[in-house]
Design a protein around this ligand. Structure first.
Ligand code: IMP
Length: 459
């Protein structure tokens, strides 16, 4: 049996916390896309762990797997593993040999392209981790896979092909000087070869690499429960998101099969849980019809709601809406129902986990973008182009607010202890998406989650 956890908005919905709560009953937690752009915060026994690559279940002693759909920076991986080791944890993490490796030149090129695009306000506001350039090389059949790091000859020949081409892009396309403008070590075949061969040796020494699909199928056959942990969110999916302000992978549930090597029937035969934040947050540029206030450098010139700056600051501060990876302030807005309807269809959610209702406590009124008006017509889902999405005006519905509460006590007492107005809000979302609410997050801690259905342990 499998459980797939998917972000239903723009990332940062609090997936790590839900993975942690439901992860108790699973044996293996697998990431199927993305890389060290993820930024998952896990609070466990009062300690906070910030992870960008290691699957969050690994904090709780599960086997963590980075699937073939991931892009893996071995440097980040070992840094995170060593830091967890210093805190007394010894996570068991495996990496698919088919996953692609992020190399230093990918990060450099990510930065250069964002810089150039920013002249025309076209930058995606990336995390700068080299995610896009690594997926480009994967699709361009010039990538270096984790399995290649275990084979010196293959590694050397791949680097000898690709590095001169990367140098040419920097020098001839962007007109930059390697050494003066950009770090020369990132473009030095010998240095890259030695560094990545050493990473390969450590991966081999520690028995970390796997043939992902076969490994997972063996575990399923042995009766293990598997969780697929999506990173980012549906609206920054490269196919289903607000292109080009997207990440370069597929956070949507279909990728749990493609990105790990099990069949779609395996994923579809299990549960697919959509993680929803009770309001909206966004890192990066591009339109956001329900945005409150604005964030300089990210909100488009004619976007946001300047009159709601104080409200935006309150939500941002209460919700800690600052990037886990980058520390940047996130843009915030009211819940966007067309975005959620789009996510529910694209992922086929079987259940919802709605987080952060405590953050909205104390507001007199809480609003949601129930629909859009586009060209004078009501629209219940997202239009296919981001330009058209930018033309959508959100039709807001107003709900009565709810008071602050002793949220730890609420979590203990269960769903009926949630303030009535908050339940009205939650039930509206569940009904609109025709999906049952499995869990409600009422605070950042693991104990601060109201669990109505635990899809794994209730089996
Ligand atoms: P990249 O994934 O670093 O290439 O960034 C592409 C876009 O995805 C940017 O708008 C990022 O801010 C956004 N993004 C990437 N990872 C996350 C995440 O974990 N949470 C929220 N946004 C993200």
């Amino acid at each position: 049996m499998t459980v797939t956890i998917v972000g239903s908005q723009l990332g940062d919905e609090g997936k790590g916390g839900i993975v942690d709560v439901y992860g108790d009953a699973v044996d293996v937690v697998v990431r199927y896309q993305g890389g060290d752009n993820a930024g998952h915060t896990v609070v466990y026994e009062g300690d906070e762990y910030k992870l960008s690559l290691v699957p969050s279940g690994a904090v709780r002693g599960k086997i963590g797997v980075l699937g073939n759909g991931c892009v893996v920076n071995p440097n980040t991986l070992f840094e995170e593993l060593d830091a967890l080791g210093e805190r007394g944890l010894s996570p068991d993490v495996r990496v698919a040999e088919r996953a692609h490796a992020i190399l230093p030149y990918h990060r450099v090129l990510d930065g250069i392209e964002e810089d150039v695009k920013s002249d025309d306000d076209l930058e995606a506001g990336t995390t700068g981790r080299g995610i896009g350039p690594t997926y480009e090389d994967k699709a361009g059949r010039r990538g270096i896979r984790i399995g290649d790091l275990l084979d010196s000859e293959t590694l050397r020949s791949r680097l000898e092909y690709v590095v001169p081409r990367k140098r040419a892009i920097v020098e001839d396309v962007y007109d930059l000087d390697i050494g003066a403008d950009v770090d020369s070590e990132a473009f030095d075949v010998d240095i890259l070869f030695e560094t990545y061969r050493d990473f390969g040796e450590r991966l081999r020494r520690e028995g970390m690499t796997v043939n992902c699909g076969a490994f997972l199928q063996d575990r399923l056959d042995a009766g293990d429960e598997i969780m697929f942990e999506g990173a980012q969110g549906t609206s920054i999916d490269i196919d289903h998101g607000i292109y080009p302000y997207v990440t370069s992978s597929n956070p949507t549930a279909g990728a749990a099969a493609v990105g790990t090597g099990v069949g779609p029937t395996v994923v579809g035969g299990g549960e697919v849980i959509g993680i929803v934040k009770a309001y909206l947050s966004r890192v990066g540029t591009g339109p956001l019809p329900t945005e409150l206030g604005s964030v300089e450098g990210q909100t488009p010139e004619d976007g946001g709601r300047p009159e709601a700056e104080d409200l935006a600051t309150t939500i941002r501060d209460e919700g800690g809406e600052y990037g886990t990876v980058t520390g940047r302030p996130r843009r915030v807005g009211w819940l966007d129902m067309p975005m959620l309807r789009h996510a529910a269809r694209a992922n086929g959610f079987t259940g919802l986990a709605i987080n952060h209702i405590d953050v909205l406590a104390g507001l007199e009124e809480v609003r949601v973008g129930h629909a859009y008006t586009l060209d004078g017509e009501e629209l219940l889902t997202m239009p296919p182009t981001t330009e058209r999405w930018g033309e959508c005006e959100a039709d807001l519905r107003t709900f009565d607010g709810w008071d602050d509460a002793d949220w730890a006590a609420v979590a203990e007492d269960g769903y009926d202890a949630i303030p009535e107005n908050a339940r009205t809000y939650l039930e509206y979302v569940g009904e609109e998406l025709d999906t049952p609410i499995y869990a409600v997050g009422v605070g950042p801690g693991r104990e601060e989650t109201v669990v109505r259905v635990d899809p794994v342990s209730s089996r």
